[in-house]
Design a protein around this ligand. Structure first.
Ligand SMILES: [Zn+2]
Length: 161
């Protein structure tokens, strides 16, 4: 944002590492696509529409999603995006921790202070940001019950993708 002038539409894919308790749906390394939009008159409904479009393309238009407000440091409001677990079809399993839903995309409206720090006039511009957990999307799309399967060095598994 500091290097250019709005409007922006940015996607940044990358490998991530974090301190994390490893289980069926959490890893210390994962792939993610972060993205953001900065333009005039961006609303939360633009974010919801974008997310539903992306998930509809990946999982089909009948995919069940839900949103919940949450607190993330660089967005206000913050939103968690949940997809009905495709592994258990919403019944509850170890991947979704028995909830029937999997968190796949933290998002929200970019906090005005973030835009100000980039030298952007918040009276004219606003935007939304999101992070798509690619590893979890792959698990849910192909009904892989454990995220660790994707990082195994077993070529019999990896050659399927
Ligand atoms: Zn499940």
């Amino acid at each position: 944002m500091k290097l250019g002038k709005p409007p922006f539409r940015v996607l940044v894919p990358g490998r991530n590492f974090r301190y994390e308790q490893v289980d069926a749906s959490h890893g210390f390394e994962f792939w993610q696509v972060e993205g953001f939009v900065v333009d005039e008159n961006i609303h939360l409904t633009d974010l919801f529409g974008t997310i539903k479009y992306v998930l509809g393309e990946l999982f089909g238009k009948e995919v069940k999603t839900r949103f919940a407000t949450t607190n993330f440091p660089f967005v206000e409001p913050g939103v968690d995006t949940y997809l009905e677990c495709t592994i258990c079809k919403g019944k509850g399993c170890s991947f979704c921790k028995g909830t029937g839903w999997s968190e796949i995309m933290p998002a929200g409206m970019i906090h005005p202070n973030v835009l100000k720090m980039a030298g952007i006039d918040t009276k004219k511009w606003n935007g939304f940001a999101f992070a798509i957990g690619l590893s979890r999307i792959v698990n849910l799309r192909y009904q892989i019950k454990d995220l660790r399967t994707l990082t195994t060095p077993d070529m019999r598994i990896l050659s399927q993708f």
